[in-house]
Write a protein that binds this ligand. Sequence first.
Ligand code: F2R
Ligand code: MG
Ligand code: MG
Length: 349
Amino acid sequence: GGPASLSRFRGALVAAVLGDCVGGEFEGAEEVPMESVLQHLSSLDDDTKGNGILEYSDDTAMARCVVQSLLTRAGFDERDMARRFAKEYSASPGRGYGSGVIQVLKKLSSPQLSDVYRPARDQFNGRGSFGNGGAMRAAPFALAFPDPADVKKFAHRGAMLTHSCSLGYNGAVLQALAVHLSLQGALDLPLKFISTLIIEMEDVESNEATLNDARILKEAEKPFCERLHRVSDLMHRSKVSIEEVISELGNGIAALHSVPTAIFCVLHCLQPRECLPENYGGLERTIAYSLALGGDTDTIACMAGAIAGAHYGIEAIPQSWIKCCEGAEDADMNAERLHMLYQQTSQGG
Ligand code: F2R
Ligand code: MG
Ligand code: MG
């Protein structure tokens, strides 16, 4: 499809759910042999195995709240979104949430709470969370707002409901921007894609809060820009091992150690790779490669899935995978609704 086509919207939202559902199998594993990944993925094609449904985790549970809030309010409403996060957590607390964010979600359910950003600010002795929980649910912001300034502003505010450290919320801004660019077809020119992200993040990270958090956490002055430069360096190498990707970019639960990694997975898998089956298309390659990195596999595959799905479109996703994943069909329907909202906003309606 062309820029911002319905197929790209559906691809983005559905592939994010698939990444989460299929990635759950390996979350937390230190080493994941590619053979195990391929076996897991091929079992999805095999009806006779009766695998049942792969359940989604917190990544999708929270993204669904973001989607429902953006659709119901026809835009960003922090109180509505916070209420949905709290309600979802209390209805299904066993979705594998981060151990810190649970406290925020419990506080958000209090009817006495006047400032919905307060619980997140109180996390980790007032330093806020740098986890990837804001980024893992950031894709819908790119599907609701055509203007990149709005994508950045609302991805930031949406993440701040649980992640008040700049190394958390800037990861959400980066993820939303990557999906936004991919929806426009920007992955047709991968080097321009990464340089555009670096230019955008130079601006996003040019403020006191980022400098201060980076200093306290002993990171580079502009941590996400620095990681994106590493992504660009890795893209220029003729061969890159999985170990090198993990050591340069990380595969952990921090936004800094997972959002640039997810972006790299998408870029690396634009072409066929020796370690991946020849019959795999780009979307399948991206998901498989994300899982083979180990670590925070559900979240890296979810974020890479959203970016890759926005590039390849819904047609690239195997039907058998969609059928196996809880919430994938819902995501498809919601993508259509978001596409309508996006078009209305584009036309100034
Ligand atoms: N939680 C998990 N996976 C581990 C266990 C799940 C397993 N399947 C099970 O069933 O038990 N996955 C999910 O969590 C990640 C998103 O986390 P989020 O929302 O960012 O949570 P939180 O608690 O805010 O941050 C995560 C951890 O990061 C460390 N951390 C964050 N900020 C910190 C700070 N300022 N100082 C020190 N540490 C900080 C803490 O260890 C937090 O608990 C996704 O992977 C999702 O899939
Ligand atoms: Mg999860
Ligand atoms: Mg995870």
